[in-house]
Design a protein around this ligand. Structure first.
Ligand code: FES
Length: 59
């Protein structure tokens, strides 16, 4: 099992980058994650995964 998978292939952003940024900046939306890390701003295919991570941390 990959512990720190790449979530956004377009912009090469892995899960730990997203988790750390969400916690650090108290991010709530996919848009906010995109502004901070560019994750989800390419093909958009990873946006469901980003939402899952947001839910994991904020819910
Ligand atoms: S994989 Fe994240 S925008 Fe394409």
């Amino acid at each position: 099992m990959v512990e720190n998978p790449v979530i956004c292939d377009c912009n090469d952003v892995c899960k730990s980058d997203i988790v750390d940024k969400i916690k650090d900046k108290n991010l709530k939306t996919i848009n906010e994650v995109g502004k901070e890390l560019d994750a989800g701003t390419g093909c958009g295919g990873c946006q469901f995964d980003i939402q899952d991570i947001l839910n994991e941390i904020n819910n």
